[in-house]
Design a protein around this ligand. Structure first.
Ligand SMILES: [Mn+2]
Length: 430
């Protein structure tokens, strides 16, 4: 059976429900997916509720089962199939994260030979299911896919491409940096993916850089002629090569870009991600459906201001602990962005050790760890170090080699630093 047949089967299950609880991930992909699902349910006259989560676990599912509602999991669920089966949760799942756990009411792309990391996002899966219920929404699905960085290869491929071609989105070849319609110095200084060494958050440097190229800094990328574009691009590439960035990173600068009404699709998904990080996921659903991105821009502005304040706060507070640098955000830095703040500090390039960031939340202390890429190449694995340290303190943690997080009990920060530092020292000497 193909993916589309499975989608029909799942749509048939949804269609029979009186009420559906949409449980979705609070990021651009999850918001886009929930928006598409909401549209479909509204069109079919099915009652619904939307709940956004950062993740789900056994505790969440247990509490959930008591309500005996039918649930549509979007962008979450694949990591919890064992528990979902065991607790007999009444649900369907459309999640693109890898799982080889079988579940008959799940639209898992990997079971159809489709790579969920590059060929389809959760919003794409929600679109395919919703297309069986009503019309779906290809534009929103692509905003979600771009928000999930599914175009890392330089363009959208696989089912994403099919959805793209069925949307009203324009396809162009251009620089893949956010803000091509903003003054150049802002575009360059704000760019965080890719981040440009020496220019990131350094407006004076960026203006001087453009002056040295004899390009007016107020000019927008979209207003440059081909020669000017070539000059700026080759100078950025030179900077990246000097700092040791690889071919893949550099070639990600240029490629296909997608526009809706002359605006980069990435602008829309960045807005959704920013709203999620500020805790405005529900509002973001309306932004998606009613196309109120102007309103959302103010929220992004608020988010950027907040982030800058947090980064300055963290830079003032940052301290050394053996092989590690750390800062405590207390209850000033929201636990939802403390990881981003730590990441920004690492990306700034002044820090040459792993950064640990603490922030308070309802469950205890949120720990975020980030490390510069040269340390990852040296064999540092933050996921291992963080989860081991957290476990010893009765907490829980995990993540990736270069970015990990945990929750530990309040008051255990120093103990965490001690254990984590030992762990990093071991990793460095192995
Ligand atoms: Mn996703």
């Amino acid at each position: 059976m193909g993916l589309k047949r499975k989608a029909e089967e799942i749509a048939n299950i949804i269609e029979k429900q009186e009420k559906v609880i949409i449980v979705s991930h609070s990021d651009a992909d999850g918001i886009a997916g929930a928006s598409i699902a909401k549209k479909a349910l509204e069109e079919r006259g099915i009652d619904y509720e939307i709940k956004f989560v950062k993740y789900i676990n056994r505790k969440f599912l247990k509490k959930y089962r008591e309500r005996e509602n039918f649930t549509w999991f979007i962008d979450v669920g694949n990591g919890n199939i064992k528990e979902i089966k065991e607790l007999q949760i009444n649900c369907v799942i459309s999640d693109h994260h890898f799982s080889n756990e079988e579940y008959d009411k799940s639209l898992n792309p990997f079971f159809y030979g489709i790579d969920g990391e590059a060929e389809i996002s959760a919003s794409g899966l929600a679109h395919i299911i919703s297309s069986c219920l009503s019309t779906g929404d290809a534009n929103i699905a692509i905003i979600g896919a771009i928000g999930d960085l599914q175009d890392m290869s330089g363009k959208l491929i696989g089912i994403n491409r099919e959805i793209l071609l069925s949307s009203t989105i324009d396809i162009k070849r251009d620089l893949r940096i956010y803000g091509r319609d903003k003054p150049l110095y802002q575009m360059l200084a704000h760019s965080s993916s890719p981040f440009i060494p020496g220019l990131f958050k350094r407006y004076k440097n960026t203006i001087a850089f453009l002056k040295s190229l004899q390009i007016p800094h107020q000019k927008k990328w979209n207003e440059l002629n081909e020669e000017e574009k070539r000059i700026v691009l080759s100078s950025i590439i030179k900077k990246l090569i000097e700092k040791g960035f690889g071919y893949n990173y550099i070639s990600s600068l240029f490629g296909e870009v997608y526009e809706i009404d002359g605006k980069d699709v990435r602008d829309y998904s960045t807005l959704l991600n920013a709203m999620a990080r500020c805790g405005y996921s529900r509002m973001a659903v309306d932004v998606c459906i009613k196309w109120e991105y102007k309103k959302a821009e103010n929220i992004l502005k608020e988010y950027r201001n907040k982030l800058n304040k947090y980064i300055n706060f963290a830079k003032e507070k940052i301290d050394e602990y053996g092989h590690v640098q750390y800062f405590h955000g207390g209850n000033y830095i929201a636990d939802t962005v403390v990881g981003t703040v730590a990441g920004m500090i690492v990306k700034d390039g002044e820090v040459h050790s792993p950064v640990i960031a603490f922030a308070e939340n309802e469950e205890g202390i949120k720990v975020s760890a980030r490390a510069p890429s040269f340390l990852i190449e040296k064999g540092i694995n933050l996921s291992k170090a963080v989860s081991k340290s957290a476990k010893l303190l009765g907490g829980e943690g995990g993540g990736h080699r270069s970015a990990a997080g945990a929750i530990i009990p309040k008051g255990m920060e120093e103990d965490f630093l001690y254990i984590f530092n030992e762990e990093i020292r071991n990793q460095l000497t192995l």
